[in-house]
Each structure stands twice: as C-alpha cells, then as structure tokens.
Ligand binder design. Structure first.
Ligand SMILES: Cc1cc2nc3c(=O)[nH]c(=O)nc-3n(C[C@H](O)[C@H](O)[C@H](O)COP(=O)(O)O)c2cc1C
Length: 217
C-alpha cells in the first residue's frame, strides 16, 4: 500500500483518506470494523424473482422497535446491487444469520450471476416461507429476521459508496435447536463473521466468555 501525505510516527502509520483511492480506504475500513456479522439477505424483485446475497456491513441499532441496518455499496455510478433494487421496489426483505455449517454455500451466492440465475439454486440452500413479508428465509440459517424497509440513506454516489438500508424487524425465526430454557444459547449457533482481506472468524464455545456489567463506578 502506498502511503501518501501520511503523518506517520514511530508507533503508527498515518493514512489521509483525502489522499487515497477508495479501494485502499475500503481495505483499511474492513480491518477496522471487524469482526462483522453477516446479513444474508433474501429479497424478491417486483416480478417475484428471488435473490439471495451476503452483506457484512451490518448492524443492529435499536430494539423498540427492533431496527437493523446493512449497506449494499454502489457498484458504479447509477448501478445498484440487485438486493438494493429489490428492496427499493418491494420494501421487504429477510435477513438470515450465517453459521459455519453453510459458509461455502453463503459464499457461492456472492458471485455476480447474470440476471435470471437464482442464487438459491446455485447454492443449494433451502427456502422456508416467511410469515409477514414475501421473501423466504433460509431453512439452514438458525436465526432469521423478517424486515420492512424504514429508510435508505445514500452516502456518496460513486463506486464503493454506502447505501444504508435501515429496516424494522417484524418477525423472528429462531431454530429450536439453539434454544435452551427459553433463551438462545449462543454456544449452539457457530456464528461466522467477516474481517479484513479474506479472513473470517468463528464464534465457538471455546472462544466465548461472559462479562457482567459493573455494579459500581
Ligand atoms: C461475506 C461477504 C460479505 C459481503 N458484504 C458486503 C457488503 O457489506 N456490502 C456489499 O456491497 N457487498 C458485500 N459483499 C458482496 C456481495 O455479496 C455481492 O456483491 C453480491 O453479488 C451482491 O448480490 P446482489 O447483486 O444480488 O445484491 C459481501 C460478500 C461476502 C462473501
């Protein structure tokens, strides 16, 4: 990576975003904001064609009402990803949480297939009917959230710019196998999260710990 106009010192390299191409900023950003959970998003086009794609620019933001955001970035000025086009058209989507058991299948859906090719068929993942929205949830996913669009916030318009899709969760699907005494047991989920470069991480029972909130200051 070329370091231009940096204010580097003994401890840190400095990178001035104003002096770097967007692709280098992307590389730094995805290492900084990590590990990221993966929103595996199921949508329908206005003609009813099903689409499925992963997005790791993904977060929850509130719980009353339950609110989530993810960002399909702009591919080129005026060219938006199918997921975003579908959500603009229908206002509905389902976000599936990714476990290690179907990580390869999830990855396969991120390939840019031509229009008309179904990522569901290519990946071999199974559709399970949604309750309050049109797009199916992924039967292999242990947790899924049916969402209705609240707002789309565009930040920039060139390649790599953000399109924050903010949605309200209207229905949860939680697999019985991860429930224990009426609560979700995170050690049963085998979560996968994305980091920088091609790196992923896996939240298994041996890597988890609990931390109580402080009782006094
Ligand atoms: C694990 C993973 C995470 C991804 N996260 C994002 C993301 O946050 N934003 C984005 O624009 N693309 C992301 N991608 C790439 C999209 O999945 C890819 O562009 C996909 O083809 C978009 O599909 P669509 O055009 O059907 O919406 C990610 C890919 C993978 C494998």
């Amino acid at each position: 990576m070329e370091i231009k106009n940096s204010n580097s010192n003994d401890a840190f390299f400095g990178f001035d975003v104003a002096e770097m191409p967007w692709s280098e900023a992307y590389r730094l950003l995805i290492h900084c904001v990590a590990p990221r959970p993966i929103a595996f998003v199921s949508t329908l086009s206005k003609n009813g064609k099903a689409n499925l794609a992963p997005f790791s620019f993904f977060m929850g933001g509130g719980s009353n009402p339950p609110s989530v955001a993810f960002s399909p970035s702009t591919e080129a000025p005026g060219k938006l990803k199918d997921t975003l086009v579908n959500i603009k058209e229908t206002g509905e989507y389902t976000i599936n949480i990714v476990s290690h058991s179907f990580i390869e299948k999830m990855n396969q859906t991120s390939f840019s297939y031509p229009h008309g090719v179904s990522e569901w068929e290519k990946s071999g993942l199974t559709m399970a009917p949604a309750v309050k929205v049109g797009p199916a949830h992924v039967a292999e996913s242990l947790m899924a959230m049916e969402c209705k669009l609240f707002q789309i916030v565009h930040h920039g318009e060139n390649v790599g710019s953000a399109n924050y899709v903010i949605g309200e969760v209207v229905y949860f699907h939680i697999a019985r196998e991860i429930m224990h005494n009426g609560r979700i047991d995170p050690t049963r989920v085998d979560y996968v999260a994305r980091m920088g470069g091609q790196w992923y991480t896996r939240a298994t029972a041996d890597s988890m710990f609990q931390l109580q909130r402080p009782q006094e200051g």
